[in-house]
Design a binder for this molecule. Structure first.
Ligand code: GLY
Ligand code: MN
Ligand code: MN
Length: 492
């Protein structure tokens, strides 16, 4: 959005005479009446209503404010693509199409329960200046917005014009209120003006909203399946493009672009910045600079996920031999990581704790590193696995093995340790299992033939009543299967 100083600089020269205004705002056919497609209740509406009911029950009698957040300036008068806050999307049912600055408010009803009201920028009229002169929100510039009545029938919510939000919140009768604080500073400030001692209450609210997403319902699991299937197609496309990535130079960016193309075509975009790491870059856990070449003979570690328009995202890693065949040294590392991943996955079942997955994968990593003679002299596997005084093996796998996954790639991040790491796994949870081994090129403690090799294998796993289902099982994982996958795609 142009600042006052930018406006003063006067680069925009929009005609402003009454005649011009009359001319540009007239002569348009009436907005098309809503067709069945725009008024039909969205599939997500019932799920969002059930989520709101759970929130209502937990915080009776309180006004609950969940902002979507606003546009973030990229540079001068240019914004980043907008993505609503996840708690807002989860509770409203709106995803990628959310208007910036919207907010969901759960108003307590006198007799109990809450009314859900969505405040949003609704379809503007064409007779105002915004229509043609507002480059951030005007229809001429960024396209039309939905009509309030259409949104209301799609989502099963009351929809009010955002213009009335400040007034409606200002009419506060002093009753208790909570807000997800960090999302929209203006809305938070409005509420804070009428409250005392709210920080702890707000934190508790945000934590509840984050934790409540931990067990997915059947519809949400379906969305995860769709995200994984789309991501699979993105990986296929990258494999097909690898020869070109090698030829072109700066091949990591080519890989990022090919995956990004599919993510924008299939969904809202990538669920996080893609890690396209070839050669020694694969030993940097979050290599998102993606500036390197891709060379035949090296590995490409691709950690990427497609986020759907509903904001559910996959988070999958495959480590691929660029020319289609693993070398003996690469395979040695790969097979240990795979063994660790299998051990981690085997620990995914109800009754086990979340932390057991990491423990199982780490036990394999520690055992194999010990056999390779990499732990300091005299350090046993038991000693390195000691949570308080050990950890030598973690020089080569410093990250965790699992996290919850859903509408955020690191879903439920505000959940307390007792509800996350220390909690028992429950059917409906979706999590990653993603061990790795990373031997940097300049790691003098690593065997010479393994230096410059980084491997991670990451799958998205659903906890079931009896164990687990690997949602990304269709994406080949063993070294042999990965080679066959690549050969299949490259020789159609
Ligand atoms: N892509 C980040 C992660 O795997 O957690
Ligand atoms: Mn990942
Ligand atoms: Mn992950």
């Amino acid at each position: 959005m142009a600042s006052e100083q930018q406006a003063e600089a006067g680069h925009r020269d929009i005609p402003n005479s009454a005649e011009f205004r009359e001319f540009i705002t007239s002569g348009w056919a009436a907005s098309p009446t809503a067709g069945a497609a725009s008024t039909a209740r969205a599939e997500v509406a019932d799920h969002a209503a059930a989520r709101r009911a759970a929130v209502s029950e937990r915080f009776p009698g309180e006004r609950l404010v969940v902002p979507a957040g606003g546009l973030k300036v990229r540079s001068n008068d240019t914004d980043f693509t907008f993505r609503p806050h996840t708690a807002f999307a989860h509770l409203s049912g709106l995803g990628a199409g959310t208007e910036p600055d919207s907010a969901l408010i759960l108003e307590p009803r006198p007799g109990g329960g809450h009314d859900a009201v969505l405040y949003t920028r609704i379809r503007g009229s064409r007779d105002g200046v915004e229509f043609y002169a507002d480059s951030r929100y005007g229809e001429f510039w960024v396209g039309p917005r939905p009509a309030a009545a259409d949104l209301s029938s799609q989502l099963g919510l009351t929809v009010r014009d955002l213009e009335t939000l400040a007034d409606d919140l200002g009419k506060d009768d002093g009753g208790p209120a909570r807000v997800v604080r960090a999302t929209d500073p203006d809305i938070t400030a409005l509420l804070d003006a009428g409250r005392t001692d709210f920080l702890e209450a707000d934190d508790e609210f945000a934590r509840f909203l984050s934790t409540m997403r931990m067990v997915k319902d059947a519809w949400e699991v379906g969305e995860m399946r769709r995200a994984v299937a789309a991501t699979h197609r993105g990986f296929d496309a990258v494999i097909a493009a690898l020869p070109e990535a090698v030829r072109k130079g700066r091949g990591e960016r080519w890989v990022e672009g090919v995956f990004g193309l599919h993510s924008r075509h299939e969904g809202n975009g990538v669920g996080y910045e893609s890690i396209c790491a070839s050669g020694d870059h694969a030993t940097t856990i979050h290599w998102t600079r993606n500036t390197g070449d891709v060379h035949a003979g090296d590995l490409l570690l691709l950690d990427a996920g497609i986020e759907l328009d509903t904001l559910f995202t996959a988070d999958i890693t495959r480590t691929l031999p660029v020319d289609g065949r693993f070398t003996a040294a690469q395979r040695r590392v790969y097979d240990v990581v795979l063994e660790a991943q299998q051990a981690g996955m085997a620990a995914v079942r109800p009754g086990n704790r979340f932390r057991d997955i990491h423990a199982a994968a780490n036990a394999v990593i520690a055992q194999r590193l010990h056999e390779w003679g990499l732990l300091p002299d005299g350090v046993t596997v038991e000693q390195t696995l000691d949570p308080d005084n050990g950890g030598w093996h973690r020089r080569w796998m410093v990250h965790g093995t699992s996290h919850h996954l859903g509408m955020d790639v690191h879903d439920c991040l505000l959940a307390l340790r007792e509800d996350y790491l220390d909690a028992e796994l429950r059917p409906g949870m979706v999590l990653t299992v993603e061990p790795g081994l990373y031997f940097k090129a300049d790691d003098l403690l690593a065997p010479a033939d393994l230096r410059g090799i980084g491997v991670r294998i990451e799958d998205n796993v659903l906890v079931t009543e009896t164990g687990h289902e690997n949602l990304s099982a269709a994406m080949p994982r063993t070294a042999d299967d990965v080679e066959a996958w690549m050969a299949r795609i490259r020789t159609p």
